[in-house]
Structures are given as C-alpha cells and as structure tokens.
Design a protein around this ligand. Structure first.
Ligand SMILES: *Cc1c(COP(=O)(O)O)cnc(C)c1O
Length: 239
C-alpha cells in the first residue's frame, strides 16, 4: 500500500472503532449508523483510495470542487452527498452527480433542485437542514431552516417532482443556546425527526455528528455521521 493509503486505512479503522463503541454504548446495532466521509479540499485520488478501502458514501460542500471530483470518480459507484450551502444557480450542476442534498433550507432551493433533477432524469434524496441556533423564522449562520419551518419545507420537498424526502440534517451550532452542547443539540434534532416521521414515515435519515462530536450524535439516534478530518487529516484552509 502507498503511505497515503496506509494512513487512510488507519484513520478509518479508528473512526470505525469510535462508531462501533458509540453504538455499543447506546445499545444500537452498528449497522444502524452509516459513515459518510467528507472529502472536501482533498483530491479525487484520496476518494479513489477510500473506495478501495471500502468507503461507499462521500460528501462535498462546494459544487466547484465536487463536480470535477465526482466526474473523476464516476467509475467508483459511490453515493455522493452534498452538504454545503447551495445557491440556486448551482442546483443544476449538483443534480448531475449528487444522490443526496443534505442542505435543503428554503423553498426556492426546492424548486430549483426539483427542475434540475427532472431535467437530469434523476431522483434526488433531500434532507432538511435544521438551524438549531436560528430564532423563529430566521436562518442559522451555517445555513438551515429554523425548527418551526421544518415541516413546511418537508412538505414542499415531498410534493416536488424528482425529489424524495430523506430526513433531517444539522451541524452542531457554534452560537446560541446549543453552543458547546452537541448532546443537547442532537437530542433536539431527534425530537424534530420524530415529529417529521409522524407525518412522513419514510423520512428516516438523521444526519448529525462530525469528527469532534460523532459519539453524541450516535447516542442521540443519528443514522448518518459525516466525518472529514478524522479520516483525511486536518484541512489546511477553510473548506
Ligand atoms: C466539513 C463538514 C463535515 C466534516 O467535518 P469534520 O470536522 O472535518 O469531520 C461535516 N458536515 C459538514 C456540513 C461539513 O461541512
């Protein structure tokens, strides 16, 4: 193995042990939690190595980086998640390679993604990104819709051709009530997911937890964790 592949394998093994440990601690089966590796800022060659090491799901947060990377890895049969703030003029590009858009946070984006998915002849899984730090009606500083807007947006996604409601996603807030409280934040997301599933039982995905807080997310019922730096290394610049 190359040095890089050996390094990635060791990092993946550590992350796998953390997820397995968190599942055991929470009394959950390991297969209830899916690892998504966030490959932003890292090259397509790393994505290829990750695929060789058994990774099947990857995530990106900027279309201008993700589009060429996904094209370079089109032979790998990976599931691609888009997790960044998304401008409507990028919807068409994202719909060309993404299987899931986890950062759906406004009605206008639903409309754009729907027509882009239809035009591409693809079905896009959509997660409502919840801004736990947003005041009623507002949006968080990292994107997302306030908790009281989740249901309305979910309804729009479900009604939109080409889109399928997958569930909810959040990033633990840096400010507001939940700052420094990932466990409480992820418990709140669990409540939001529970009420969403009462209306749409198929919307089972709960995407929460990153390198620093994945244990809290697994404890609070996350079905998907998004791990970047713990697998690939600390990103040199803003990603
Ligand atoms: C970068 C990113 C991650 C991964 O963060 P790490 O701390 O590197 O694990 C997860 N989710 C989103 C939305 C991200 O942008």
């Amino acid at each position: 193995m190359t040095d890089r592949k050996t390094e990635l394998a060791a990092n993946l093994e550590r992350v796998e042990q953390r997820i397995a440990g968190a599942c055991a601690a929470a009394g959950r089966d390991r297969d209830e939690v899916t690892l998504i590796v966030v490959t932003k800022t890292y090259p397509a060659s790393d994505v290829r190595l990750l695929a060789e090491l058994g990774v099947t799901q990857v995530a990106e947060n900027r279309d201008q980086d993700a589009a060429p990377k996904a094209a370079a890895c089109a032979d790998l049969d990976l599931t691609w998640h888009f997790v960044g703030q998304l401008q409507t003029n990028k919807a068409r590009s994202v719909a060309g390679y993404a299987d899931f858009v986890q950062s759906v946070d406004r009605a206008k984006l639903v409309t754009s993604l729907s027509s882009a998915a239809e035009r591409a002849g693809r079905e896009l899984g959509c997660l409502v990104q919840v801004a736990l730090d947003a005041e009623a009606g507002g949006r968080g500083d990292r994107g997302g819709v306030a908790p009281d807007g989740v249901e309305e947006l979910a309804g729009l996604i479900e009604a939109a051709p080409g889109l399928r409601l997958g569930g909810v996603m959040t990033v633990a807030p840096l400010s507001g009530t939940y700052a420094g409280q990932p466990a409480a934040a992820f418990e709140r997301l669990r409540e939001i997911s529970t009420s969403l599933r009462a209306a749409w039982p198929a919307a089972t995905m709960v995407s929460a937890g990153m390198s620093g807080d994945l244990e809290h997310a697994v404890a609070a019922g996350a079905t998907h964790v998004r791990v970047g730096s713990a697998v690939l290394g600390v990103r040199p610049a803003l990603g």
